[in-house]
Design a protein around this ligand. Structure first.
Ligand code: NAI
Ligand code: 13P
Length: 336
């Protein structure tokens, strides 16, 4: 089992920056690849990523590479590459990276989303665009700001081969960051992507004043519908009970630190989605994934009424009150 000595993180948003800090703390030779050269310059000058991860200093040994000639190919020559840009840009990344990635070096998907239009999971995009590439998925309850501050965080790292997961776990683990190994890539991915849609729903419930009973019911029934989707895609139900499933759902749905939950909260208070997004420079993956997951559920004939309601509200087809009335008026049924 060869050690991972060097590691590159693609994307210097909050999560990419936090992952680069984690890798550097774990003693890896780490570089953070930044899409906009001017942002790389500002980060080097400030010793921080004030735009996406304020209040956290970057260690001097963390290399910050801007998108200049050769920097991209150099970043992709590391022993492992972590993709931490939003999911809708993953296909374009794969196409750009194809000439430079060594097929045996793990490409670790750290984004949480489903492709709009195709309904593809990130691993499916990777299989289409980078056939034969060694792929892993990192997901779990992990607010970037907390992990970056060195607060205790545990995640799942899934790979088809155990040795790949183990090498990545060894490369990233340190006193405050504990990865667990997994082999169910699909389950980990489906859980990570769909929790963002449910988080928007939970935010709406609280913002609209519908109460904590309603939020708990939403989380529980949300987990049931996400489990149906994961199983239909070939995932395993135990994964949904783990860090990437239950763990991330609870974290995200119960905290306004979540961009998805806070977006839902603002919607619940009566603001319009376009106005909320216009005022933010950060991503809320659940907005695009809501539409993608509904299309995917239709293809697979999986019943996902909560995700559908979120998509209907985001698209302006119904309002929150009508969505709630419709959900509650469905025929009574057994829980399991
Ligand atoms: N922030 C967090 O706590 C966590 C985020 N994630 C996931 O990580 C992924 C990245 O999220 P964050 O780092 O939070 O994003 P962010 O909201 O902090 O930053 C936005 C990111 O989008 C990138 N971006 C904007 N336009 C782009 C384009 N045209 N092409 C490529 N990239 C572009 C920016 O460069 C930046 O990296 C998402 O899938 C998110 O769900 C996963 C775990 C934790
Ligand atoms: O994925 C996350 C925590 O695990 C971050 O959630 P938000 O993108 O909703 O902030």
């Amino acid at each position: 089992m060869t050690d991972i000595k060097s590691l590159s993180v693609i994307g210097a948003g909050a999560w990419g920056t936090a992952l680069a800090l984690i890798a550097a703390r774990a003693g890896r030779d780490t570089q953070l690849w930044v899409r906009r050269p001017e942002q790389a310059e500002v980060m080097r000058r400030d010793g921080a990523n004030k735009r996406y991860l304020p209040g956290v200093g970057l260690p001097p040994d963390l290399r910050i590479a801007g998108d200049l000639p050769d920097a991209f190919s150099a970043a992709l020559s590391a022993d492992a590459v972590l993709y931490a840009q939003p999911s809708q840009y993953f296909r374009a990344f794969c196409r750009a990276a194809r000439p430079y990635l060594a097929p045996t070096s793990p490409l670790v998907i750290c984004a949480k989303g489903i492709e709009l239009g195709s309904g593809r999971l990130m691993t499916e995009i990777a299989a289409e665009e980078l056939p034969g590439q060694c792929i892993a998925v990192l997901s779990g309850p992990s607010f970037a700001a907390e992990a970056a501050r060195g607060l205790p965080t545990a995640v799942a790292i899934a790979a088809a081969e155990d040795t790949v997961a183990q090498r990545l776990m060894a490369a990233l683990s340190h006193a405050a960051f504990r990865p667990y190994g997994a082999s169910d890539l699909v389950g980990v991915e489906v859980a990570g992507a769909t929790k963002n849609v449910l988080a928007i729903a939970c935010g709406m419930v609280i913002g609209r004043g519908l109460g904590e009973n309603a939020r708990a019911a939403l989380i529980t029934r949300g987990l049931a519908e996400v489990s149906r989707l994961a199983l239909a895609k070939g995932g395993r139900s135990e994964t949904l009970m783990g860090l990437a499933g239950f763990g991330d759902l609870i974290l995200t749905c119960c905290s306004l630190k979540s961009r998805n939950t806070s977006l839902g909260h603002e919607l619940g208070e009566g603001r319009k989605v376009a106005d909320i997004l216009a005022q933010r420079h950060t991503v809320a993956e659940g907005v695009t994934t809501a539409a993608a997951v509904v299309a995917l559920a239709e293809q697979l004939q999986v019943d996902m009424p909560l995700c559908r309601a979120v998509d209907d509200i985001l698209s302006g087809r119904i309002n929150i009150d009508t969505a709630v009335q419709t959900l509650l008026a469905r025929p009574l049924k057994r829980e399991f």
